[in-house]
Design a protein around this ligand. Structure first.
Ligand code: PLP
Length: 430
C-alpha cells in the first residue's frame, strides 16, 4: 500500500516513510492510496470473531502488503491486550468502553500500534530511534505507555512544569526504562517549539534519529478503525447502527469513516463537540472557520483547528453536501456536560466521563429523530481520569481504579530544563 498526502503536492510514500515522517512534506496528512473492501465472508462471520481476530483481518487488508503475516499478527495482538466491552446505558444507546487499556483512554490503541509498527519498520537499523513528544497531558501518557519497553526506541516527553495534572504527570514520569520525561520551565507552546526546533536541526539529525508520535500519524489513525467493527458486531443483530464519537482533532471519527468505507454497514455518524464546535458549525454553515480553542471540562476535545478535517474532506471529495449527509453534529457547554453526567448517573448508575457525556447526549438526541436505529457512542476515557470534575458534579468522591493508583504510587523521574533550545539540544546530544 502506498500513502498519498491530502495536499497532493508530494509523491506517494511508502508505509515506512509515512510512519516515520508523520506529516507529509507539503504539510498534508497521509491517507492509504486505496481503501480495501472486506468481503461478504468477512462480514458473515464477524459476530463470531474475537476483537483480535477481526482486527487482524482488517489489518491484513490495510498493511498485509507491507508487513509479513507473523509480525503483523504480533503487532495487532500485542496492541489489543485489553477488553473493549459494549455496555447498554439506556434504551437504544450503548457505550463502547475504550478505557480499559494501560492509561485508561482510547489513545492507547493508536499509540500501542504505532510503537510496535515503528519498532518493526526500524528493526534492521543500527542506531536507535528517538521519539519526541510535547504534551499538555494526555498524549504524553498514551505515547509513553505505548512505547514502554519497546526495544530500539527511546521516548522523550516534554511537558510544562506545573501545568499538567498530578495523575497525568505520574503516567509518564514514573515509567523509567526507555521513557524520559523533561519538565520544561515554560508553557506547552514552549514544549512544542523545542520539539519543532529539534526536527529542523541538521547537526542534531546527523547524530540522532528523531521522529514524532503525533496524533496525525497514519499508524495511530488507522488502527482506531478496528474497534468500530467490534462495536458493530456486538450490537443486537439486525439493528441499524448509528455511531457517535466525542471529537477534538477528529482522528477517531475519521477512523470510523474508514471502517464504513471498508464495508462496515454503519448507518450514520454523529460528531459530538464541546464548546469548541468548529466542526458542528461547519455542518450548519458550510464554512470551516478554525479559531483558537477555549478551555472546557472535556479538555481533550479543546481543539480550535481539527487536523483530521483534511482527511474527512478528502474522503468525501471536498463535497460539503456529502459530508453533511454522512455526519450529524451536536455541541455542549460545560454546564450542559455537568447536567448530562449527573442525569445519566442518577437515572442509570452509569458514570460518564465529560467526553463520553457529550457523545451519549448527541447520540440520544440524534436517535430521537430516527426511531428505527440503535447506536453506540465511544466512551473515550475512564471518568476517574477527570476525578476533580466528576466528584464536583456528583458531590461525592469516586474511586480511583487500581491501574491509575499504581501510577500515582510510582517514583517521579524527570529532568528539569529551561525553555531554551540549547538546553534541550544538550540533553538529546548526550
Ligand atoms: C483525544 C481525546 C478525544 C478526541 O479524539 P480525537 O481523535 O482528537 O477527535 C476525546 N476524548 C478523549 C478522552 C481524548 O483523550
Amino acid at each position: 500500500m502506498k500513502y498519498y498526502s491530502t495536499n497532493k503536492q508530494v509523491p506517494l510514500s511508502t508505509l515506512r516513510d509515512a510512519v516515520l515522517k508523520g506529516l507529509a512534506d507539503d504539510n498534508g496528512l497521509y491517507m492509504p492510496e486505496h481503501i480495501p473492501q472486506l468481503g461478504n465472508s468477512f462480514f458473515a462471520t464477524l459476530r463470531k470473531k474475537t476483537l483480535r481476530e477481526m482486527s487482524l483481518e482488517v489489518a491484513v487488508a490495510l498493511f498485509g502488503g507491507d508487513i509479513a503475516a507473523a509480525p503483523l499478527h504480533d503487532i495487532v495482538y500485542d496492541t489489543l491486550n485489553f477488553d473493549i466491552p459494549l455496555v447498554k446505558v439506556t434504551g437504544r444507546c450503548y457505550s463502547l468502553e475504550l478505557f480499559h487499556g494501560p492509561t485508561m483512554a482510547f489513545k492507547d490503541v493508536g499509540a500501542r500500534f504505532l510503537a510496535r509498527l515503528m519498532q518493526y519498520l526500524t528493526r534492521n537499523e543500527q542506531s536507535g530511534t528517538n521519539v519526541l513528544v510535547a504534551t499538555s497531558g494526555d498524549t504524553g501518557s498514551a505515547v509513553a505507555n505505548g512505547f514502554l519497553g519497546v526495544a530500539g526506541i527511546t521516548v522523550t516527553v516534554l511537558y510544562p512544569k506545573g501545568l499538567v495534572s498530578k495523575i497525568q504527570e505520574a503516567q509518564f514520569t514514573t515509567l523509567g526504562q526507555n521513557v524520559r520525561a523533561l519538565e520544561v520551565d515554560g508553557t506547552f507552546d514552549d514544549c512544542q517549539r523545542l520539539v519543532k526546533q529539534a526536527f529542523l536541526d541538521k547537526e542534531l539529525h546527523a547524530r540522532r534519529k528523531l521522529t514524532s508520535a503525533n496524533s496525525i500519524n497514519v499508524a495511530r489513525f488507522i488502527p482506531q478503525a478496528f474497534y468500530y467493527f467490534w462495536g458493530w458486531a456486538q450490537m443486537p443483530p439486525d439493528s441499524e447502527v448509528v455511531v457517535c464519537v466525542p471529537s477534538g482533532n477528529f482522528g477517531n471519527l475519521t477512523a470510523g469513516l474508514l471502517a464504513q468505507r471498508m464495508g462496515l454497514p454503519i448507518k450514520h455518524f454523529v460528531a459530538a463537540n464541546n464548546a469548541n464546535d468548529i466542526f458542528v458549525q461547519y455542518l450548519q454553515t458550510a464554512e470551516f472557520s478554525p479559531h483558537s480553542s477555549v478551555a472546557t471540562i472535556a479538555n481533550a476535545m479543546d481543539v480550535g483547528n481539527p487536523s483530521n478535517f483534511a482527511r474527512i474532506m478528502d474522503l468525501y471529495g471536498n463535497d460539503y453536501a456529502k459530508v453533511a449527509a454522512a455526519i450529524s453534529g451536536y455541541s455542549y457547554s460545560d454546564a450542559q456536560i455537568r447536567e448530562i453526567v449527573k442525569r445519566v448517573f442518577d437515572d442509570t448508575q452509569y458514570l460518564l466521563d465529560p467526553h463520553g457525556a457529550c457523545a451519549y447526549e448527541a447520540l440520544r438526541e440524534y436517535l430521537e429523530n430516527d426511531k428505527n436505529a440503535q447506536g453506540f457512542f465511544l466512551e473515550t476515557a475512564h471518568p476517574a481520569k477527570f476525578k476533580e470534575t466528576v466528584d464536583e458534579i456528583l458531590g461525592a468522591g469516586i474511586a480511583i481504579p487500581g491501574k491509575l493508583q499504581t501510577f500515582m504510587r510510582g517514583k517521579k523521574q524527570s529532568t528539569g530544563i529551561s525553555n531554551r533550545y540549547e538546553d534541550f539540544k544538550a540533553f538529546l546530544w548526550q
